[in-house]
Ligand binder design. Structure first.
Ligand code: TYD
Ligand code: MG
Length: 475
C-alpha cells in the first residue's frame, strides 16, 4: 500500500500526526498543525550490514579540561557555567523585543578582541545592525556582520577558511535549508537548519549561539524542538515595561541550571546588575500593607525581592485570583492553608499577587513570604519594614526549613534588615544551637506553624481590624 508522504506537524511541540486536527493531541495547542513534507523516510531497520564494535572504557581516565571563552560580562558568564565552550551550541530564547540581539551583540563585541566573531542576522539588515552597534558604542569591535537566511550559504562561508570562533545566528526561525519545501519558521525547517549548523559547529569547533523566538500563539515554531539538540538553553525574560532583564539557564551540559544573570536595559544596551537585591527593592514604598520581603536564592546567589498582595471584596461568584511572577497553583494552596489552618476568611475576595521587579520565583521557600503578604493585606496591617521572610509551608500548616538559611540572613543583614521570620529547625529549640547563627544585629523569629505568623501580624491590628482575625482566635 502506498502511504501518503505528507504529515501534519504541531508548530508548538513538534509532534507529527497523520491527519489534520484542530487540536494537537500531544501538547493540547489549538490550531497549530501545519502540513509538512517528512524530512526523511524512517529507516527500515539496520539490514544485514554489521556495524563496528564499540570499545568501552572506565569512568576514571584522562579527560580533556574544557576550554572556556570568558566574555567578561560577569552575569552572562555565570549563567553559562563560566564561559562559552568551543564546539558547543547554545540557544537563547525569549519574547520578541526582550533584548536577545542586544545581548549577543555585546557578547560578541566583548570577545572580538582575541577571537573571530561573526554575526549573521536574518531579521535585520546590516545597516540596522550597525545603527544599533553605534548606539551601544561598539563600532570599534571587529565583529563580522552579514544578513543571510540560507543555511547553505552560511555553511559554505564558515566551513571554508573563514571559520569563526563564535557564530551568532539571529534568529533560527528565519533560517532555511533549500532541500525542504516548507517555509522558514516551520518545525521541519527550524529543526533541519539547527541540525546542520550544530553539526558544523561540532566539526569545526566554533561556538554556535542561536536566537529563538517564543510566541504565545506558537505561530512560529518555538525553540522547544531545539532544546534537545543544543548543549545549553538560556531564556531571556522580563516584563516589557520594566528595565530589568533576567537571563536564566534551563539546560546546561557545562554548568548548573539554576543560575540567573540580571541586566538592566539602558540607552546604551544592557548593563550588568551585580547586586540585584538592591535593585529589586529600590522601588519599595513606605509602610504599606500587603507587602513582604522574601529572602530568596537564585542558584548560588541570594536575591531579596518584594512580594505584593492585594485582597479585595468581589461581586463575582468565582472571585479572581491572579499571579505575576509565581505559580498560581501554589497560591491556591497557600490560600487554602490560610483558610483551613489559620481561620482567615478569604472566600468572596479577589486575590492578586505580584513579585515586584519582574522576577519569576520558583522556590517553595517563598511560601511563607506570600502567606505573610496575604495576611498583611487581609488585615490591612503593614509588616515591620525591616523584616525579611522565608520558609516552605506544608498542607497541615507546618513551616518547613529550607536550604541556605545562613546565606539568606547574611544578604538581608547586608541590606539593612534586622528581623527575620523563618522556619525553626526541626528537633532544635527555637534559636537553638543547631540553627544557623544569625548575623550580628539580626533578630530571628523561628516559626514552626503558619498560624504563629498570622497571630503575630494579627496582634498588631487595631480593634476594627481584629475582627478579621477573630474567627481564628475563637476557633
Ligand atoms: P532587541 O535586542 O532587538 O530584542 P530581540 O532581539 O530580543 O527581539 O532589543 C529590543 C528592545 O531593546 C528594543 O525595543 C529597544 C530596546 N533597546 C534599548 O532600550 N536600548 C538599547 O541600547 C538597545 C540596543 C535596545
Ligand atoms: Mg532580535
Amino acid at each position: 500500500m502506498v502511504r501518503t508522504s505528507r504529515m501534519f506537524v504541531c508548530q508548538t511541540c513538534g509532534a507529527s500526526h497523520a491527519k489534520w486536527a484542530g487540536r494537537c493531541d500531544a501538547c493540547g495547542a489549538w490550531n497549530s498543525l501545519v502540513e509538512e513534507a517528512p524530512a526523511e523516510a524512517t529507516p527500515k531497520g539496520l539490514g544485514a550490514k554489521r556495524g563496528r564494535k564499540l570499545s568501552f572504557v572506565g569512568l576514571d581516565g584522562p579527560s580533556e579540561k574544557l576550554e572556556r571563552r570568558v566574555t567578561g560580562l560577569g552575569e552572562f558568564d555565570r549563567v553559562c557555567g563560566g564561559g562559552l565552550v568551543p564546539g558547543s551550541a547554545l540557544l537563547v530564547g525569549g519574547d520578541p523585543g526582550i533584548g536577545k540581539s542586544t545581548l549577543l551583540m555585546q557578547v560578541l563585541a566583548a570577545l572580538s578582541g582575541g577571537l573571530r566573531c561573526a554575526y549573521v542576522s536574518g531579521e535585520e539588515s546590516v545597516d540596522q545592525l550597525r545603527l544599533r552597534a553605534e548606539r551601544m558604542g561598539l563600532t570599534a569591535a571587529p565583529v563580522q556582520l552579514a544578513a543571510a537566511t540560507s543555511v547553505r550559504d552560511i555553511a559554505a562561508t564558515v566551513d571554508g577558511t573563514d571559520t569563526p570562533d563564535l557564530l551568532v545566528i539571529d534568529s533560527i526561525q528565519t533560517m532555511f535549508v533549500d532541500t525542504l519545501d516548507s517555509a522558514p519558521g516551520t518545525v521541519a525547517q527550524v529543526r533541519s537548519s539547527a541540525q546542520e549548523l550544530i553539526r558544523l559547529a561540532k566539526r569545526r569547533g566554533f561556538t554556535l549561539l542561536l536566537v529563538g523566538h517564543v510566541t504565545k500563539e506558537g505561530m512560529i515554531a518555538g525553540p522547544r524542538v531545539l532544546e534537545h539538540m543544543v548543549d545549553t538553553v538560556l531564556y531571556f525574560e522580563g516584563e516589557r515595561g520594566h528595565q530589568f532583564r533576567i537571563l536564566r539557564a534551563v539546560k546546561n551540559r557545562f554548568g548548573a541550571t539554576d543560575e540567573i544573570g540580571v541586566f538592566e536595559m539602558t540607552d546604551l544596551g544592557l548593563k550588568e546588575v551585580p547586586n540585584p537585591s538592591a535593585l529589586f527593592l529600590s522601588e519599595r514604598q513606605g509602610d504599606v500593607s500587603g507587602a513582604s520581603v522574601f529572602a530568596g536564592m537564585e542558584g548560588s546567589r541570594p536575591v531579596l525581592v518584594e512580594i505584593q498582595a492585594l485582597v479585595a471584596p468581589s461581586a463575582l461568584a468565582t472571585p479572581r485570583r491572579a499571579v505575576v511572577g509565581w505559580d498560581s497553583s501554589r497560591l491556591a494552596m497557600i490560600l487554602a492553608v490560610l483558610e483551613a489552618r489559620c481561620g482567615l476568611s478569604l472566600a468572596g475576595n479577589e486575590v492578586y499577587l505580584n513579585v515586584a521587579g519582574g522576577l519569576r520565583i520558583a522556590e517553595p521557600a517563598a511560601d511563607l513570604a506570600v502567606a505573610a503578604a496575604l495576611t498583611s493585606a487581609v488585615g490591612g496591617i503593614p509588616l515591620p519594614r525591616e523584616t525579611v521572610v522565608f520558609g516552605e509551608i506544608g498542607l497541615s500548616g507546618e513551616v518547613r526549613p529550607v536550604g541556605h538559611a545562613a546565606t539568606r540572613l547574611k544578604e538581608a543583614a547586608k541590606l539593612g534588615f534586622s528581623r527575620a521570620i523563618m522556619p525553626a529547625r526541626r528537633g532544635a529549640a527555637a534559636g537553638g544551637e543547631d540553627g544557623p547563627k544569625p548575623p550580628r544585629g539580626m533578630r530571628v523569629h523561628a516559626i514552626e506553624r503558619l498560624d504563629e505568623v498570622v497571630s503575630m501580624i494579627g496582634s498588631e491590628a487595631g480593634p476594627p481590624r481584629r475582627q478579621i482575625f477573630r474567627s481564628r482566635e475563637s476557633a
